[in-house]
Write a protein that binds this ligand. Structure first.
Ligand code: HEM
Ligand code: HEM
Length: 406
């Protein structure tokens, strides 16, 4: 069997590329749908879902590189001539579908990969590269867009594949010709192909146009929901009315951030809406210098690609417990070091939380920075995930505030 294609048949290398890719695509498709629809309510379910997604992504990235190699090989090859060149519409459709399939082999895995790279946490790719991609920032809006691309492009691949199979079946069942035979491993065509008609670029152009239209439609579909998310920040209430020293300080900027560790990787996010009231005497540098009360709106949380999961019943349970409260005494330790010693009420459960912080006041601007680690189990968060490998117990809290005297 020749390695290279001839005018009558595909060579062994093209055949190997074709069937290995076909096998991978036929595995990846159900794998994607199954992984997507698996529940993740318990530790085992989440671990299984993540494992299947990692397998899906790892095989998918393999298809991407295989496709690039295959395209390079195809570019050096002649293509076996159509067996029925007089059937113009059929030949046009077959070639257009081939172009759609080639485009799918590159852009379906690429869209999935872009989605993965723009998302934080969950189901790593097992290759030692590619968790992030150059020029792709971690962004919910971008992840949403790429996820829309992946969804639409997988449906287009399905459509092209259905037409491809229908064509192959027609050649076997109705035409009873050699079309499938010349792609079959170890088989040679029984008769030579008729002379190749003049080559037309029209099927390729039609395939590329259809693909571009689908990509555009996917972007339009995914964009309107992505854009408001990106624009959400200004709407989120500021870390508002807050008196740093009681004599009229105003908070200019503030973040209340948290980092969880999922599958060994940090996933960071923040609460957009919270208020804080502080009574504070800056002249005290040893002992109780004031009190702080913070109220956090749980629904304002964004946490990488797992925001909805985090706000759900097993974790923060925003629907039943929409607010968290922190109240503490502020202890001055000297040298701009303080400790807020108090309790955090989260998910209806109260537990002690110490928040050491630094406060620097310079030229009428006060900057407060605090970092603390708390244990999610103290508040009954993620009880169905007792395995630290999936979700670590420690959750890091970071508070950063800048206040100014008007
Ligand atoms: C040729 C390769 C690939 C095929 C055929 C494929 C197919 C699919 C399918 C059919 C789904 C289910 C979509 C649905 O809900 O209907 C899916 C979902 C998904 N795939 Fe792929 N995929 C491929 C490559 C990749 C790669 C390389 C990655 C990441 C590196 C990836 C990441 C994902 C993710 C994260 C989902 C979940 C859906 C979402 O949130 O967007 N896929 N894929
Ligand atoms: C599993 C069922 C499949 C069957 C029975 C099948 C059958 C065939 C046959 C008979 C040909 C030769 C057509 C001709 O000579 O005009 C062909 C070509 C082709 N197939 Fe498939 N195929 C299958 C799956 C796939 C899949 C999953 C893909 C990719 C996503 C794919 C992509 C292609 C491409 C791109 C060509 C054109 C090759 C070229 O001329 O460069 N096929 N297929």
């Amino acid at each position: 069997m020749p390695r290279a294609n001839t005018a009558d048949t595909y060579g062994s290398i093209s055949k190997a590329f074709h069937w290995i890719t076909a096998l991978l695509i036929l595995t990846l498709f159900p794998l994607g749908v199954i992984a997507e629809n698996l529940p993740y309510d318990t530790n085992e379910q989440l671990a299984r879902k993540a494992w299947l997604f990692s397998l899906h992504k790892t095989l998918g990235v393999t298809v991407f590189f295989l496709a690039l190699t295959r395209l390079l090989w195809t570019a050096t090859q002649i293509r076996p001539a159509p067996l029925h060149p007089a059937r113009k519409a059929e030949t046009f459709l077959a070639e257009m579908v081939h172009v759609l399939l080639y485009l799918s082999l590159v852009f379906v895995p690429l869209s999935g990969w872009l989605h993965h790279a723009a998302t934080e946490g969950f189901a790593p790719i097992w290759w030692p590269f590619g968790q992030s991609l150059p020029f792709v920032p971690k962004s919910e809006a971008l992840a949403h867009l790429f996820s829309g691309w992946h969804w639409v492009l997988t449906k287009l691949l399905l459509l092209a594949f259905a037409l491809h199979i229908a064509g192959a079946l027609k050649h076997v069942v109705i035409d009873k010709d050699d079309t499938l035979r010349r792609m079959a491993i170890g088989k040679a065509p029984r008769q030579p192909a008729p002379p190749r008609p003049a080559h037309s670029r029209a099927p390729a152009l039609a395939g590329i146009s259809a693909y571009a239209a689908a990509l555009l439609a996917a972007s339009v579909m995914a964009w309107p929901t992505a854009a408001p998310q990106a624009a959400q920040a200004p709407e989120a209430p500021q870390a508002a009315p807050m008196a740093l020293p009681a004599n009229g300080w105003q908070v200019e900027t503030g973040t209340l951030a948290l980092t969880v560790t999922q599958f060994g990787k940090p996933v960071s996010g923040q609460f957009g809406a919270w208020t804080a009231e502080i009574e504070f005497d800056e002249t005290v540098d040893d002992g109780i210098a004031g009190r702080v009360e913070v109220e956090v709106m749980i629904d304002s949380l964004t946490l990488g690609g797992v925001t909805d999961q985090a706000k759900g019943p097993d974790f923060f349970d925003a629907a039943t417990h929409p607010r968290a409260l922190y109240s503490a005494d502020i202890l001055a330790l000297g040298d701009g070091q303080f400790d807020a010693v108090g309790t955090l009420t989260l998910r209806g459960t109260e537990a002690p939380l110490d928040l050491p912080f630094t406060l620097r006041i310079e030229d009428g601007t006060a900057r407060m920075e605090a970092t603390a680690t708390t244990d999610r189990r103290d508040f009954g968060i993620g009880q169905n995930m007792p395995d630290e490998q999936n979700l670590a117990f420690g959750v890091e809290i970071k508070v950063d505030l800048v206040a100014r005297k008007p």
